[in-house]
Design a protein around this ligand. Structure first.
Ligand SMILES: CC(=O)[C@@H](O)[C@H](O)COP(=O)(O)O
Ligand SMILES: NCC(=O)COP(=O)(O)O
Length: 237
């Protein structure tokens, strides 16, 4: 079975736009789990543009499924994750000013750094995952750094799938097959959506978890808007 971890960054983006507490990120996480989400993912960025450092702590007691914290392991991020002890930490090599995550780790070049950070998280009972491009040598490198899982960076797949290029799945399938052989768990995320998720799932053996945020929130707006407009109209009769 593949678990759905709902990324709630965009809920925080909306909240921060007004400076208040609407929508409430903690309540949203509770409701998402009540509606069936099997995990909650957040990606606190250094500028706190969406998820704040306070959110990271506030969410801990309410995430009763799997709590996945993603981010670049700078000293502050490492401390926060060690304090909160989520189910899983996903290491992402994003620059502070990146609009969103835009590349996987070079697991070969950063081997010694990743080995050290991963062993510290694992010593503290936190499952580790490493965000990687679908490149065979990077999966082999991931095995060398002792991570429990990899997260396949799916932006390229999502982009090509939307253009009708289903062959774009091939490097992902190949990497998942190798990861399974090496005993690495396989997660995936970035730009997955209602449109492209079924084909991805069908072609990725042993897919343990997908984390989905941007499209899921956008789709929720579209799929919910008729209902909400009708509710307003009823109140205005
Ligand atoms: C690691 C990853 O793939 C990202 O998708 C991420 O967690 C989303 O971050 P933003 O919501 O800041 O774009
Ligand atoms: N790890 C990927 C994630 O959490 C969500 O990415 P996206 O769906 O917001 O692109």
């Amino acid at each position: 079975m593949t678990k759905l971890s709902v990324n709630i960054n965009k809920v925080a983006t909306l909240r921060n736009a007004r400076g208040g507490n609407v929508p409430n990120v903690v309540e949203f996480a509770k409701d998402a789990q009540r509606f069936g989400a099997q995990g909650i993912t957040i990606h606190p960025r250094p500028d706190q543009r969406h998820i704040t450092f306070k959110d990271v702590y506030d969410l801990k007691p309410v995430v009763i499924t799997e709590y996945n914290i993603e981010g670049n392991p700078n000293p502050h991020f490492i401390k926060m994750v060690l304090d909160v002890k989520p189910t899983q930490v996903t290491l992402v090599p994003d620059a502070d000013d990146a609009i969103t995550s835009n590349a996987g780790w070079d697991t070969i070049r950063h081997k010694s750094f990743l080995l050290e950070v991963i062993s510290e998280f694992k010593r503290n009972g936190i499952r580790t995952s490493v965000f990687v491009d679908p490149v065979i040598s990077q999966i082999e490198g991931a095995k060398q750094i002792g991570t429990d899982r990899i997260e396949l960076y799916t932006e390229a797949y999502a982009h090509q799938y939307a253009l009708g290029n289903t062959f774009a799945i091939k490097p992902y399938t190949d990497c998942a097959v190798l990861a399974n052989q090496l005993g690495l768990g396989v997660n995936a995320g970035h730009d997955l959506s209602l449109e492209n998720i079924a084909y991805f799932k069908q072609n990725i053996p042993g897919l343990l978890e997908v984390s989905i945020g941007h499209a899921l929130i956008a789709e929720s707006l579209y799929l919910g808007v008729e209902n909400v407009i009708q509710m307003y109209l009823n109140k205005l009769k």
